[in-house]
Design a protein around this ligand. Sequence first.
Ligand SMILES: NC(=O)c1ccc[n+]([C@@H]2O[C@H](COP(=O)([O-])OP(=O)(O)OC[C@H]3O[C@@H](n4cnc5c(N)ncnc54)[C@H](O)[C@@H]3O)[C@@H](O)[C@H]2O)c1
Length: 357
Amino acid sequence: MIPFKSVLITGGGGFVGSNLALLLREAWPSLRVTVLDSLKRRGSELNLPRLAETGIEFRHGDIRCRDDFDDLPAFDLMIDCSAEPSVQAGLGGSPQAVLDTNLMGTIHCLEAAREQGAAFLFLSTSRVYPIQPLNDLPHEETSTRFSWTDRTDIPGYSERGVSEGFTLKGARSFYGTSKLAGEQLIEEYVYSYGLRALINRCGVIAGPWQMGKVDQGVITLWVARHFFGRPLRYTGFGGTGKQVRDILHVADLFDLIRLQLETPECWDGRVYNVGGGREGSVSLLELTELCVKETGNTVPITSVPETAGVDLRVYLTDTTKVQADFKWKPARNPARIVHDIHAWIDNHQQMVGRLLA
Ligand SMILES: NC(=O)c1ccc[n+]([C@@H]2O[C@H](COP(=O)([O-])OP(=O)(O)OC[C@H]3O[C@@H](n4cnc5c(N)ncnc54)[C@H](O)[C@@H]3O)[C@@H](O)[C@H]2O)c1
């Protein structure tokens, strides 16, 4: 059982929000689930019919507008999944839009939660960790990937990955900074108003119903391009496709959140690094291999050697803390993630074709 009766999921039309909404509904049919979304993300509208089918209420609204929180059903839990989620947001232009949503919008979400006395679950990001210190970590190059090597003298770093103790000093992108600012505001709300809150700093989340695009949702993008026979590019770090990320199936994220919801004593503003971990990691080259195996197609892949300012060579999540507190471990590996995305695209070719092809 969970101590909540009614949940508001902001950004619930998006990839993470819609999947969580449906899985929550399935796990606790009596839980009232309301979703608020501006449908800014192209493709989020495709999630609305499947939300409606299960009785999840959709409200069109923008978290940048405080008034859009008025007249919502009462809620005792807010899951904040509304964001501009691209690390490239604001680059080559103004950061205004990403800051308006991720910073001002988060303040409005926190205010609404405070007024309702609701608990607050924040989907933060591994991108709060700064770029240069991550790219300076000791590494080697193997035939298919870059790999971090062991060092014991760097706080928050080990071969397992980056833990919550890693430095937060340095530039990290407007996206990462706006999310870190959100985390810090949550800390103030916990301290000043007794807000019950929990923060999951997630690495790459992947799975069905992610409307992948070049700057966000790379796993879907890779599978879709193989499925539809469209070209791809290895960009950055010499253009060899050896950069590495750990990836987490959205259903594994839900399994964790389920345990977190059942553990109210942890809702004191705690921060957890959440991800697929070392065993759940792939390089782009290895991802290509998985996609070829899964779809049976090969596609032309060109190289762009230049590295963009926000690119990371390697990122792995050290999940020691979250595993210890919730006895949780991801169950779905990268091959399974690719398989599930492929099955979803195959079953919904008509619907997602225009978007993903
Ligand atoms: N997907 C990942 O790999 C990943 C990794 C780490 C953290 N996160 C975080 O998880 C959350 C969900 O990400 P996602 O992958 O589902 O992204 P998404 O783009 O699929 O979903 C975000 C949703 O928020 C909505 N939205 C954007 N601006 C809004 C606004 N001003 N008002 C109301 N709705 C708005 C969009 O329309 C979209 O439906 C985000 O907070 C993101 O920072 C995602």
